[in-house]
Design a protein around this ligand. Structure first.
Ligand SMILES: Nc1ncnc2c1ncn2[C@@H]1O[C@H](COP(=O)(O)OP(=O)(O)OP(=O)(O)O)[C@@H](O)[C@H]1O
Length: 455
C-alpha cells in the first residue's frame, strides 16, 4: 500500500474516530509495510504505540480492509529515536492556536485520552439528580470567560461524570476550535509525569501542560497518596488558574472526602464550583431507557417492546446508569436472537442476574413520599409536628414501613421523621401492628404500599 492509499484510508478513519483523536493518534502514524497480511506502522513514541494498539487497532483494520487491503492484523513499532536536543524547541502558548497537537519532543505529544463520540450533550438525559452538573458543564462548554475555576464534578460510579466531561470537550472542539482542550484521566497524568521524569523531559512536560486552554482531569481521587504526582498536579493547576485557563475535574467523591489528598490541593479544588451527580431517580432512569430504546429501534426495527417493560427496569435497576444500559443492550440482543417481542417475562428471564443484584433497597424518603401521596398529605406535614389524626396515622404507617422495609435503626428513623425520639417511633410501629389485624382497610393499604415500594 502506498502512502497515498494510506492517505485515503486515513480520511475514512478520521470520520469514524473524530478530529481530535485523529490529529492526536492517527495522523502521526507512518505506514511502513504491508505484506503477508500484516500492516506495519511506525509510531513516534512508545506511549503512542501502546495507546493506538489498545484503542484504535480495530478502526484502522476495518478501514484498511474496506479499502481492499488483505490485512489480518496490524503491527505498530516505535520509530527510531532521532537524537533530540535536551531542551527541544517548545511552542509558546501564543503560538499554540493552530490547534494541532503540540509536538515538543518525541515523548511529549499532546497526551489526551480519546473522546468517546457517543458522549455528547445531545445523548445526555437531564433530570433532577444531574441538572446542576449538566448546567455547569454546559456553561464551561460555551468557552466564554472563566467564571468558576475549577469546575469540580463528583458522584458515584456510572452516573455520567465521564460522559459530561467528554461532552464539554466535544462541544468546545466545535464551538471554539482555537482552544486547546486536553482531557485525560488522573492516572494518565501520572503515567505521563513518570515517563517525563524517567526520560528527563520534565520541562517539556510542564510546558505542554501549561500551554493548554482547558484542562480536564478525570478521576482525580487516583492521585491521592501519590506524593510527587500530587505536587506536579498542584503546580500545573496553579499555573493554569493564574493564566485564567479553565480546569474541569471529576472525582468519585467531594474534595473534602478524598483521603490522602494534600491540604493545599484540597483547598484549591474547593475554590471553584463543586457540583455532584446525585444517584438517579425513577424518572431519570426511565428517561435514559426511553432515549436508548429509541436508538435501538433504529438498529433492530423489527423488535417490539411491550408496555411496562421500561418502567419495570427503571424501578428495579437502581444501581447506576452503566448497569441500566447494559441490561437494555442485553435485552435487545437476546430478543433479536430468539426473535421474540420484549415482554416482561422475557426481561425477567434474560436479566435474572442483574435484577437479583440490584434488588431494590427501599429508602425512608421513598416510603415517606409514597405514603404522603397515598394519603394525600403533604410530605412536610408527614415529618412535621402536627398531631391531627389525618396526618398522625399516615405518619405511623410510614414509620412502620420504614422499620419493616429498611435496615435503619429506630433512632435513625426518628431522625428522618423530623428528629423524633426512638420511643415515639416504637409507639407508632406498635400502634400499626395492633390496628392491622382489626382494620381491614389499613391492612389493605399496607399491602398496597409495600407492593408499590418493592416493585
Ligand atoms: N444522564 C445520562 N444520560 C445518558 N447516558 C448516561 C447518563 N448518565 C450516565 N450515562 C451513561 O452511563 C454510562 C456510565 O457513565 P460515565 O462513564 O460517564 O460514568 P462515570 O460517572 O464517569 O463513572 P465512573 O466513576 O465509573 O468513571 C455511560 O455509557 C454514559 O453514557
Amino acid at each position: 500500500m502506498t502512502q497515498e492509499t494510506w492517505g485515503r484510508v486515513q480520511d475514512e478513519i478520521l470520520k469514524s474516530v473524530g478530529k481530535n483523536n485523529f490529529a492526536t493518534w492517527i495522523e502521526p502514524l507512518r505506514i511502513i509495510d504491508l505484506s503477508e497480511g500484516i500492516a506495519a506502522f511506525e509510531a513516534p513514541t512508545k506511549f503512542m504505540r501502546d495507546w493506538v494498539s489498545r484503542n484504535f487497532a480495530d478502526p484502522i483494520l476495518r478501514e484498511l480492509r474496506k479499502a481492499g487491503a488483505a490485512v489480518e492484523r496490524i503491527e505498530i513499532r516505535v520509530a527510531e529515536i532521532r537524537p533530540a536536543p535536551v531542551s527541544a524547541p517548545v511552542s509558546k502558548p501564543s503560538a499554540a492556536k493552530a490547534r494541532k497537537p503540540v509536538r515538543l519532543a518525541d515523548e511529549t505529544d499532546l497526551p489526551g485520552a480519546p473522546l468517546d463520540p457517543r458522549f455528547t450533550f445531545d445523548s445526555f438525559v437531564v433530570g433532577k439528580p444531574n441538572e446542576l452538573a449538566h448546567a455547569a458543564a454546559r456553561r464551561v462548554a460555551e468557552g466564554g470567560p472563566v467564571t468558576f475555576n475549577p469546575l469540580f464534578l463528583y458522584g458515584g460510579v456510572g452516573l455520567g461524570k465521564t460522559h459530561l466531561m467528554h461532552a464539554i470537550a466535544h462541544e468546545l472542539n466545535t464551538r471554539r476550535p482555537d482552544l486547546r482542550v486536553l482531557y485525560l484521566s488522573a492516572e494518565q497524568f501520572m503515567y505521563r509525569f513518570i515517563q517525563a521524569l524517567r526520560e528527563r523531559q520534565i520541562m517539556d512536560f510542564k510546558e505542554m501542560f501549561r500551554s493548554v486552554d482547558v484542562l480536564m482531569v478525570d478521576d482525580v481521587q487516583f492521585i491521592a497518596g501519590k506524593d510527587s504526582t500530587q505536587e506536579e498536579f498542584f503546580h500545573t493547576f496553579n499555573a493554569l488558574v493564574d493564566q485564567g485557563k479553565q480546569i474541569v475535574i471529576s472525582a468519585d467523591r467531594a474534595p473534602g472526602e478524598i483521603k490522602d489528598l494534600e491540604e493545599r490541593i484540597r483547598s484549591r479544588l474547593q475554590c471553584g464550583l463543586i457540583v455532584d451527580l446525585h444517584p438517579t431517580d425513577y424518572e431519570l432512569r426511565l428517561g435514559i431507557l426511553q432515549t436508548k430504546t429509541e436508538a435501538y429501534r433504529a438498529q433492530y426495527p423489527a423488535l417490539q417492546i411491550a408496555d411496562g417493560v421500561l418502567e419495570f427496569l427503571a424501578h428495579r435497576i437502581t444501581t447506576n446508569v452503566r448497569v441500566l444500559e447494559g441490561a437494555l443492550t442485553r435485552l435487545f440482543a437476546f430478543a433479536s436472537l430468539v426473535g421474540r417481542e420484549i415482554t416482561l417475562d422475557l426481561a425477567q428471564e434474560c436479566l435474572v442476574d442483574i435484577l437479583r443484584a440490584s434488588d431494590r433497597k427501599v429508602t425512608i424518603e421513598e416510603i415517606q413520599r409514597k405514603v404522603a401521596e397515598h394519603y394525600n398529605v403533604r410530605l412536610s406535614d408527614l415529618v412535621g409536628p402536627k398531631r391531627v389524626r389525618t396526618i398522625a396515622r399516615p405518619r405511623q404507617i410510614a414509620m412502620y414501613l420504614a422499620k419493616n422495609l429498611t435496615t435503619r435503626s429506630l433512632p435513625e428513623i426518628g431522625r428522618r421523621f423530623g428528629g423524633r425520639d426512638h420511643t415515639t417511633i416504637m409507639h407508632g410501629i406498635r400502634k400499626i401492628e395492633e390496628l392491622k389485624s382489626s382494620d381491614v382497610q389499613l391492612a389493605e393499604d399496607l399491602n398496597l404500599l409495600r407492593r408499590l415500594l418493592e416493585s
